[in-house]
Design a protein around this ligand. Structure first.
Ligand code: NAX
Length: 332
């Protein structure tokens, strides 16, 4: 039997945590044979609520869950963990500016980076979900110098899933037939959802390629598709009065599954990863979302896509925002 993986979910008493923990327990993240020890981390004020979540997880009688640990400090939460899902963050309150959020959550991710450095396994795989996710991942990484920078990532898979679903609806194919839509840059309204390199397979009718081309016309892509992917989070809040939770948890499972297990041949996914300065002209040292392929816990940026002028401009707008966030967060 494989050894159980220790997986920490921060913000485990929050909305995303509530969906995510059950998906992990069901095997959605690591497959049907991999046992897990769940570390539930939240603030001390949420101690009681955490115990409630643990009670419900117990009541699921999940064969894959070997143990559940409730923690209200990063030491206990991160002790010896293999995977860190950094969901817990302060939500943006009324009247709060993006830079206030950056400061408050920056402090959380600094503290968590330091704690990962001290207590987690050196091979720990880290995913930042709490916003601003990209810069939070970067801050955590900078504060965990003994863990490879490649082990820190940010979630843009929800954006990719949203984009692929919208394309599938528009052209009328099952969603699994749409692949390789790329999310470039920041998980924010400046992100660039790019269909230039996407593929749509198994057209339902002859001549569908032509139909798809006219359906996915430039005007629709630029004026409807791109803004609606960029603002999908806000649309969910407007409709549900709460931010995306189950769809975010689902995307977290996709991200970690593909990273640890590997992407299928020919399949490209988007992840916020550290830029190396050699890819698509993006400045090095930013946590930028790129197209990647993964193999057993490693990722590689897919090189060689031809970038047109429109895409280049969009990729630079979101790069600029990440440079600004970085300079506010770490002063460089
Ligand atoms: P909730 O407010 O429901 O839950 C957050 C939980 O985090 C709370 O239980 C809180 O006590 C806890 N928390 C706060 N500070 C903590 C700390 N220092 N250590 C441990 N726990 C802490 O928010 P939820 O809806 O679950 O969303 C969580 C985060 O995900 C938010 O920052 C949100 O903006 C972000 N999102 C990111 C997405 C992405 O694609 N990257 C999409 C979904 C979501 O909007």
């Amino acid at each position: 039997e494989k050894e159980a993986l220790r997986v920490c979910v921060t913000g485990a008493a929050g909305s995303i945590g509530y969906s995510l923990l059950f998906m992990i327990a069901q095997g959605r993240m690591f497959g049907p044979y991999q046992k897990v020890i769940l570390h539930l981390l939240d603030l001390p004020t949420m101690k009681k609520a955490l115990e409630g979540v643990k009670m419900e997880l117990d009541d699921g009688a999940f064969p894959l869950v070997k143990d559940i640990i409730c923690a209200t400090c990063p030491e206990a939460g991160f002790k010896n963990i293999d995977v860190a899902l950094l969901v817990g963050a302060k939500p943006r309150g009324p009247g709060m500016e993006r830079k206030d959020l950056l400061r408050d959550n920056g402090n959380i991710f600094k503290e968590q980076g330091e704690a990962l450095d001290k207590y987690a396994k050196k091979t720990v795989k880290v995913l930042a979900v709490g916003n601003p996710a990209n810069t939070n991942a970067l801050i955590a990484s900078l504060n965990a110098p003994s863990i490879p920078r490649e082990n820190f990532t940010a979630l843009t898979r929800l954006d990719q899933n949203r984009a692929e679903a919208q394309i599938a609806h528009k052209v009328g194919v099952p969603v699994e037939n749409v692949n390789n839509v790329i999310i470039w840059g920041n998980h924010s309204a400046t992100q660039y959802p790019d269909v230039t390199h996407a593929t749509i397979t198994d057209y339902p009718a002859e001549g569908f390629v032509e139909n798809a081309k006219s359906t996915l016309c430039d005007k629709w892509l630029k004026e409807t598709f791109i803004p609606s992917v960029q603002k999908r989070g806000a649309a969910i809040i407007a409709a549900r009065k709460f931010s995306s939770a189950a769809s975010a948890a689902n995307a977290v499972c996709d991200h970690i599954h593909d990273w640890l297990v590997g992407t299928k041949p020919g399949k490209v996914v988007s992840m916020g990863v550290i830029s190396d300065g050699n890819s698509y002209g993006i400045r090095s040292g930013l946590m930028y979302s790129f197209p990647v392929t993964c193999h057993k816990g490693t990722w590689k940026i897919v090189d060689g896509y031809k970038i047109d002028d429109y895409s280049k401009e969009k990729m630079q707008i979101t790069e600029k925002e990440l440079i600004e966030e970085k300079s506010q967060a770490v002063g460089k």
